[in-house]
Design a protein around this ligand. Structure first.
Ligand SMILES: [Zn+2]
Length: 105
């Protein structure tokens, strides 16, 4: 995990709780389902699509495109990160960039 993200998780209580929820998704691997993955010739990730099954709220779509993660859950709108993105990131080792979350432009 990138250092800025570990720090954010430890400082922001809501993001920290989403991180704990993401661990539950990881423990039950069927909850994170790969739909599609697009890689470049050198094997780096261009785009991906995962569906994360939340026991309470149903299915959420996590999409990665050119370094930016997007999820269609309500929490994502507030912080640009969520338990679903954190789950996919830990599963795949592909993390969101700091710029994609904090750049206001
Ligand atoms: Zn989400």
């Amino acid at each position: 995990m990138p250092e800025w993200l570990a720090e954010w998780i430890s400082k922001d209580r809501l993001v920290g709780s989403k991180f704990r929820i993401s661990k539950r998704y990881l423990r039950q691997s069927k909850r994170i389902q790969q739909i599609s993955v697009e890689e470049s010739e050198d094997g780096s990730l261009i785009a991906s699509h995962y569906v994360v099954h939340s026991p309470k709220y149903g299915r959420y779509n996590v999409r990665f495109d050119n370094g930016v993660y997007i999820c269609n859950c309500p929490f994502f709108k507030h912080r640009r990160i969520c338990s679903h993105i954190l789950g996919v990131s830990q599963k795949t080792g592909v993390w969101p960039t700091k710029e994609s979350i904090f750049d206001e432009s």
